[in-house]
Design a binder for this molecule. Sequence first.
Ligand code: NAP
Length: 267
Amino acid sequence: MSGKDFDGFVVVVTGGSTGLGRAIAVETASRGAAVVVINYASSQAEAEETGRLCEAQGAKAVLVQGDVGEDVDCRRIAAAAEPFGRIDALFNNAGVTKFAPNHADLDAVDAEDFLRLYRVNVVGAFQMVRAARALLEAAPQPGAVVNTASIAGVTGIGSSVPYAASKGAMNTMTLSLARGLAPNIRVNAICPGFIDTPWFGKAMADDTVSRMREGVIRSTPLKAASTAEDIAGAAVFLASPASRHVTGETLLVDAGTHLGFASLSMR
Ligand code: NAP
């Protein structure tokens, strides 16, 4: 079901300035969310644009700068929803990586990389759930947490060993919290494959990103390089009434990437 199935919802999106977070925020607004709290770390102008796009859909946008690695910031982000009395959906979407794609090169990453990535990707998401818990429990239906994990966390592929490990941790944390916070809060995750967002351009030249995009189109079973909008629908589904009996799910949304190569031909 889509239409206005988020009618009156209060939604919080971390990392909502660009990419997937922006697409999630706008999708919830288009489906009737009354309030979208948009967290950003450093991209204020982009977060303001997300806010304008949400308001064009009729939602009230509330912008909150904050680093989800800091517990005090997580409490401030959740508190922005306090005047509205509830949080129907929390999207833990903020994420960081280090690009070290040769996983055999063990000297390409160090302990600091692990700690920096875990701080945002794992601890940040945990702290947001803790900060938002009471407001999620105040929602008229079970509040929904949707974590943005990654195919990296399922298969171990991806930008670096610490990144894949952090997303794997996010997936198991999804299971722990789904069990621990039931029946009042549902906790699920999406595991996207490649998404065409500013993520890669922050670290790579445009022609490298173009080659990667072409490679993805060639190699995915669906022959597609997913856009943020292609992925946002699955994240929003996990917070919608249509998924009301889904909790503890880690949903691959990857145009079939996890299927690997085509099956053997017998012809
Ligand atoms: P993106 O456009 O670069 O978005 C990343 C977002 O995370 C930005 O809004 C950024 O905010 C925010 N962020 C980073 N550190 C933060 C912190 N400490 N506190 C709060 N916010 C922080 O890239 P994206 O592709 O949309 O990434 C969104 C999520 O998707 C990430 O969790 C990523 O791991 C996941 N993902 C991406 C892909 C992909 O192929 N792109 C695939 C699988 C999973 P500022 O800009 O304000 O700093």
